[in-house]
Design a protein around this ligand. Structure first.
Ligand SMILES: [Zn+2]
Length: 105
């Protein structure tokens, strides 16, 4: 186990022959020097987009768990908009009816 002289923390080297301070990329498996402890992918374009996709997926998972009702309402909204397309005059008529009703009061 090698030690990072700046942080005094042990640096794990999964492949056994990585230079000190380097990590194996989770995308391509190549060695790279992470800018921070959380960086798991190197800066190659393919690995970068993979990292972004993973980040986005995780972010969306968390977001979905935090907003469980959103997808319900989003589905309703989508259903409604598709329904609206098949019934283009319904809302127009409905609005006109509401206007007429409001005028009476
Ligand atoms: Zn990589």
């Amino acid at each position: 186990m090698a030690r990072d002289p700046r942080k005094g923390k042990s640096v794990s080297a999964p492949r056994g022959r990585l230079p000190e301070g380097a990590k194996a990329c989770r995308g391509c498996g190549g060695a790279f020097t992470p800018r921070n402890r959380l960086q798991k992918f190197c800066t190659r374009t393919a690995c970068f987009s993979e990292r972004r996709a993973e980040y986005l997926k995780r972010y969306m998972d968390v977001w979905r768990r935090r907003h469980p009702d959103y997808w319900k309402t989003e589905r309703q909204r989508q259903y409604l908009s598709s329904w609206r397309k098949t019934h283009p005059n319904y809302f127009k008529k409905w609005r006109e009816k509401q206007k007429r009703l409001r005028r009476k009061h």
